[in-house]
Design a protein. Structure first.
Length: 257
């Protein structure tokens, strides 16, 4: 933690895209950064969601550079995917070796490049099992919602992302338009990075933070997202959920539908 700033400014990147004869520019930006989480380990049922839930906002400009009203944007083909990365380098941390399957001392993190994978190979009757380090719903559809300032925007909400291992990470979000018959090619239209966040072990986890005003605003609009009264208190569900959640460090009481 020492010496590593957790709230660096993150600038969005974007490209221009021609949609139905119109040139549009898509700008993806962070609306809510994750701060911390408790590691969920290598069990299949345990989930410890990032807190607060990451939220990405999409803004669209026309060919004159002016913002298009969100309600006028056809967003049914919009998706954003999330991947896990090292805090201050371009090293993908989305894949990790299950330590329970290690026959000997080998690096836990596995690069997606073939050269790194070959260097980390071991002689064994049983190969180490690689699993996703970022678990949960890693792809979000677009939602047209009002934020806590009553501003209507296009959002992508990642309410149930968990990380298996402890350490510092950041998230990379990539915006894509699903191909159609008229436009069969798919591109990464825009990218946004989260600030660095910390994933703690069970013994060192300081607890969940207060629910943000943005999360509360989404809950009042029917998004099923866990809302906490305070960082040490009991969680209570959004209006759209009738269940209760007694474990503040446990999985959310409901998921976005």
């Amino acid at each position: 933690m020492a010496g590593l700033p957790l709230n660096l400014p993150v600038l969005p990147t974007y490209v221009q895209h021609r949609t139905e004869g119109r040139l549009q520019k898509y700008e993806l930006e962070m609306a809510q950064h994750p701060i911390r989480a408790r590691m969920c380990g290598f069990g299949e049922k345990d989930r410890r969601p990032l807190d607060p839930p990451p939220v990405v906002r999409l803004r669209v400009r026309d060919d004159r550079g002016e913002f298009i009203h969100s309600e006028d944007v056809e967003m049914w083909r919009f998706v954003v995917s999330a991947t896990l990365w090292a805090p201050h380098s371009d090293n993908d941390r989305s894949i990790v070796i299950n330590p329970n399957t290690l026959p000997s001392s080998v690096p836990m993190y596995q690069s997606t490049t073939s050269s790194s994978a070959a260097a980390a190979s071991v002689m064994s009757l049983s190969e180490p099992v690689k699993v996703r380090n970022l678990v949960g719903t890693t792809v979000s559809n677009a939602y047209l919602l009002k934020d806590h300032n009553d501003q209507l925007n296009i959002f992508f909400i990642f309410h149930d992302l968990s990380v298996r291992t402890e350490g510092q990470f950041r998230l990379k979000f990539q915006f894509t338009i699903i191909p159609s018959e008229e436009d069969p090619r798919a591109f990464v239209e825009s990218v946004a990075w989260s600030s660095v966040f910390e994933v703690y072990s069970a013994k060192t986890f300081p607890g969940m933070t207060d629910s943000t005003e943005l999360s509360k605003a989404f809950a009042t609009q029917g998004i099923k997202i866990t809302i906490r009264k305070n960082s040490r208190g009991r969680a209570y569900p959004s209006r759209a959920d009738g269940d209760d959640d007694d474990d503040e460090d446990g999985p959310p009481s409901a998921a976005i539908r």
